[in-house]
Design a protein around this ligand. Structure first.
Ligand code: HEC
Length: 114
């Protein structure tokens, strides 16, 4: 009897996973969950916008110290995929993200839809 419940639970989990996978590009997951030295992409580019300025001295978001974080909204209309991918690669280096080349591509695809 126990096994049937386990099987059902797994089945439902699989089903919900499939449903969400359809709406969400894999890059979206990576954007919110992959962690670099200072946290996820979302830490600085909050929901694709700008969280403010990034102060590398403290590792914190600040209103007036440090480098301005650009919003990523509409970037797909202004820049081509190759340029966006180059930026994602520089983020990977600069902020120590452990991303495969495949994941960089997935992030590029996602960011270009923002
Ligand atoms: C610690 C803060 C921080 C994190 C984390 C971060 N970024 Fe950035 N991002 C910046 C800053 C600052 C710039 C501007 C860089 C510059 O001026 O050279 C930038 C620039 C960019 C650009 C170029 C925007 C443009 O208008 O050309 C893209 C694309 C981008 N980031 C995507 C990402 C992705 C994807 C991640 C996650 C892998 C990420 N960023 C993580 C701070 C951050």
């Amino acid at each position: 009897m126990k096994n049937i419940f386990l099987f059902l639970a797994l089945f439902i989990l699989l089903l919900t996973n499939l449903c969400f996978a359809k709406d969400d590009l894999p890059g979206k997951q990576i954007f919110y969950t992959s962690k670099g030295k200072f946290g996820s992409c979302n830490y600085c580019h909050a929901n694709g916008t700008s969280a403010g300025r990034f102060d590398p001295a403290t590792g914190e978001i600040s209103e007036d110290e440090g480098r301005k974080i650009p919003s990523l909204k509409g970037i797909g209309k202004k820049k081509d995929l190759e340029q966006i991918q180059r930026s994602v690669e520089s983020m990977r280096k600069m902020f120590g993200f452990k991303l495969t080349n495949e994941q960089v591509k997935q992030l590029t695809d996602y960011v270009s839809t923002l």
